[in-house]
Design a protein around this ligand. Structure first.
Ligand SMILES: CC(=O)SCCNC(=O)CCNC(=O)[C@H](O)C(C)(C)COP(=O)(O)OP(=O)(O)OC[C@H]1O[C@@H](n2cnc3c(N)ncnc32)[C@H](O)[C@@H]1OP(=O)(O)O
Ligand SMILES: CC(C)C(=O)C(=O)O
Length: 546
């Protein structure tokens, strides 16, 4: 067979001219910026709080701000001071108390009161930023602001000048920037830079853009706007099409060096780009995104959980990085791979984002390798193959019937299986039961390696099963106690049965577990019976010597 020659791959992931910065910037809050440094601007407390139902009180905001600073975010957008007394107060308190990050307050570009309130709320911050914004898209200008484009341009000049009079660190945002006419956007950005803004943010306010759009917009601005090389461009992407993170990475390809994001991706409507996802994408795909951030990634999970606790909104289990299943493996082939080398199915280590280890979830898709590993972790050591196989097949039966198989289920099930030297073993049981009629049970046991079958009826299924047991293995022991409980919660939980037998003053307890209550009872009975046989054997020599 002849193979077609493949052409050599000439594509280079770093083909965008803006991937490697050509200029260094001296920023009022950060000093000389290294060309590969991406600023992380966290807006959990502002845009994040705009998620319906996610409001936080002052104490909660202060805790979050502390945690964000410790996580290593560069800028904390603490709120929108003109919005309410509460917002003003929380920005002031964060400005006073939270050290280590630039504290930022939001203001409308065309709202002089907003800018004054932002400046006042930030008064005691070590490093402060005023972030002013105004819409620049035709739709927003015409219908929302009801302003002519020239008026918006004038406001950009007056608003940024006013902000710059209050602080050296000024950010301007072109709200709905991704839907703005490119020529007009260039004029707006130029006006903002001239008036003193040193960070220019181009938000995809309504989550409409694609990665191609965002890369193109930043590249275009960097190429066309006079003075663009002196400022930092910033990306702020919403998730309405689920593209928030992809659009943010594309923005960086286009030349953005500040990323606006939130913990757990919370934010207006479908949310903002998630901080933890962007940071880990840059770190994991450093080959394509050769940038650094200041984020201490092992704290990501802790901060995500803190936010979930404060807001009472847990992240979905399949959420990247911080979801409960992000490092959980249920299927046997994956579990086997992870046990041999975790890199087979994990693109980053769980520890690198704060998990203590990957988890092998025991369920119906699990295989022997994971089951063996679980038994070792539960203290059973190495089981011989036949026992492992028996226990594994019972585990699979249970997993077919039960959504989640907990460690306690496995302990109960294996304890049943690993008993050495048992003369009697349970094989199978079939039951017919109708209300108002005696129950009928057909039972098969293995006694000294041979199958013994028996049939019996009784007053209810358990009574019928115990009667069949006495037929299959005749004995005189009296049932002294019978109790049933559940190993775990839920109607699919395994029943855990205890049976106490008494024979000539000797008492033995047996335990059995199964999702089927009658089988669990028979297993418990058989266990007790085996113990009784051992007691009998031990007693006989004593009796002989007496
Ligand atoms: C994309 C974003 O996330 S932007 C931030 C959004 N966040 C918020 O809105 C939360 C906080 N907001 C609030 O508390 C209130 O909306 C306030 C205090 C800001 C304003 O409240 P109100 O004065 O009652 O105005 P209201 O909310 O009804 O409408 C907003 C007004 O701001 C105007 N506006 C919006 N953006 C700007 C701007 N950048 N510059 C000037 N005016 C603006 C609107 O045109 C509208 O003006 P109008 O009342 O003359 O029509
Ligand atoms: C204020 C701006 C940055 C904003 O939140 C948006 O456009 O989504």
């Amino acid at each position: 067979m002849r193979h077609r020659m493949l052409k050599p791959d000439k594509t280079d992931s770093k083909d965008s001219p803006f991937m490697s910065a050509t200029h260094t910037i001296t920023h009022p809050s950060f000093g000389q910026m290294s060309a590969d440094r991406v600023i992380i601007f966290d807006t959990t407390l502002r845009d994040g709080e705009q998620s319906p139902g996610f409001s936080m009180n002052l104490a909660e905001k202060l805790r979050m701000a502390e945690a964000l600073a410790a996580l290593g975010v560069d800028v904390i957008e603490a709120g929108f001071p003109v919005a309410s007394k509460g917002d003003f107060e929380s920005v002031s308190q964060i400005a006073r108390n939270t050290k280590g990050a630039v504290i930022c307050a939001l203001a409308r570009t065309g709202g002089p009161k907003d800018i004054i309130a932002a400046g006042e709320a930030l008064a005691s911050a070590e490093r402060k930023r005023i972030h002013n914004f105004i819409s620049t898209s035709p739709l927003h200008m015409k219908y929302k602001l009801r302003m002519e484009p020239e008026t918006v341009l004038d406001l950009i000049t007056t608003g940024n000048t006013a902000a710059r009079n209050l602080t050296d660190d000024v950010e301007w945002s072109a709200e709905d920037g991704s839907r703005t006419d490119p020529d007009f956007l260039c004029r707006c950005v130029e006006a903002a830079i001239k008036a003193g803004a040193n960070t220019i943010n181009i938000p995809d306010t309504v989550g409409y853009a694609t990665p191609e759009d965002m890369e193109r917009i930043f590249a275009m601005l960097l190429e066309r706007v006079p003075g663009a090389e002196k400022v930092i461009f910033s990306a702020h992407n919403h998730n309405d099409l689920g593209l928030g993170v992809a659009n943010t990475l594309a923005s960086v390809r286009g030349g953005a060096r500040q990323i606006e994001c939130t913990i757990n991706g919370i934010g207006e409507r479908a949310g903002n780009a998630a901080l933890e996802e962007i940071v880990m994408a840059i770190r994991t795909r450093h080959d394509q995104y050769p940038f650094t951030t200041g984020i201490h990634t092992p704290s990501l999970l802790k901060v995500s959980r803190m936010l979930a606790t404060i807001t009472s909104f847990d992240v979905q289990p399949n959420k990247a990085i911080v979801g409960r299943n992000a490092f959980a493996h249920e299927s046997g082939i994956h579990q086997d791979g992870v046990l041999k080398n975790a890199a087979t199915y994990e693109i980053m280590t769980p520890e690198s984002v704060g998990w203590s280890r990957s988890s092998l979830v025991m369920g119906k898709h699990s295989g022997r390798a994971a089951f063996r590993d679980k038994l070792k972790a539960l203290g059973y050591g190495e089981l011989e193959d036949s026992k492992l196989n028996d226990a594994f097949s019972r585990f699979k039966d249970l997993a077919d019937r039960k959504k989640v198989v907990y460690d306690e289920d496995i302990v109960a099930l294996v304890d049943d299986e690993v008993r050495d030297h048992d003369r009697i073993r349970f094989e199978s049981l079939s039951l017919s039961s109708r209300s108002g009629k005696p129950s009928e049970v057909e039972l098969a046991l293995q006694v000294d390696g041979k199958t013994v079958a028996a049939q019996s009826s009784g007053n209810g299924p358990v009574d019928a099963a115990f009667n069949a047991l006495r037929v299959a293995f005749p004995h005189e022991a009296r049932l002294a106690l019978f109790s049933v409980g559940a190993v775990t919660e839920g109607t699919d939980a395994q029943a855990l049965t205890t049976v106490r037998l008494e024979e000539e003053g000797k008492l033995v307890d047996g335990q059995g577990a199964d999702a089927d209550t009658v089988v669990s009872a028979v297993r418990a009975y058989v266990h007790a019976l085996n113990k009784l046989l051992v007691k009998r054997d031990r007693a006989e020599p004593e009796a002989l010597t007496a």
